[in-house]
Design a protein around this ligand. Structure first.
Ligand SMILES: [Zn+2]
Ligand SMILES: [Zn+2]
Length: 171
């Protein structure tokens, strides 16, 4: 928590500008370009859309943040292609699947492994997880293994490792 606050205040100081312009097109808006933001004090960048406030994590960035979790991360079997969302890197349809025990649908590229979160999805996942914890229903996660388990673990650590300043973008 304290670390988050420090990171947030550092990020606010140095990152008032809108972020570096890059050539990736937002998978949701299609017209807006994603912007890259280097997170001060952290060794990673995220791409985000100023228009829809969605956030893209590419595999390389994820690899830097959590190399262990990312090794096992892949699109779950049975996930459906979502033609509404195109990968900003590969221009292929992303796959949609529900974050376990929530109604939050997240999107992932089968080819490059990038992950897309719509505005507010991180927040929603975090809130659902908090209430599950509160009601003691988090125990069930201990039983989840394999890819699904790795995904849960991965997203959990992704949410926790994001500085508050970046999480704000998703509200
Ligand atoms: Zn957008
Ligand atoms: Zn891709």
């Amino acid at each position: 928590m304290a670390e988050d606050l420090v990171a947030a205040s550092q990020a606010v100081e140095g990152q008032q500008e809108a972020g570096e312009d890059i050539k990736m097109i937002c998978p949701k808006c299609k017209v807006a370009k994603l912007r890259k933001r280097r997170v001060k004090g952290k060794a990673f960048t995220v791409e985000y859309c100023l228009k829809c406030k969605g956030v893209w994590f590419d595999q390389g960035e994820l690899d830097e943040v959590m190399p262990e979790a990312i090794k096992e991360l892949e699109v779950p079997r049975g996930a459906q292609k979502d033609v509404e969302y195109l990968c900003p890197k590969c221009n292929k349809a992303l796959y949609a699947f529900d974050y376990p025990q929530t109604y939050v649908t997240i999107n992932m590229c089968k080819r490059c492994g990038g992950l897309w979160f719509d505005r507010g999805e991180f927040k929603e996942i975090r809130e659902v997880r908090r209430s599950l914890e509160k009601w003691g229903e988090m125990q069930e996660y201990a039983e989840v293994t394999g890819v699904k388990g790795a995904l849960i673990e991965f997203i959990d650590s992704a949410i926790k490792s994001l500085p508050a300043s970046i999480r704000e973008l998703m509200k």
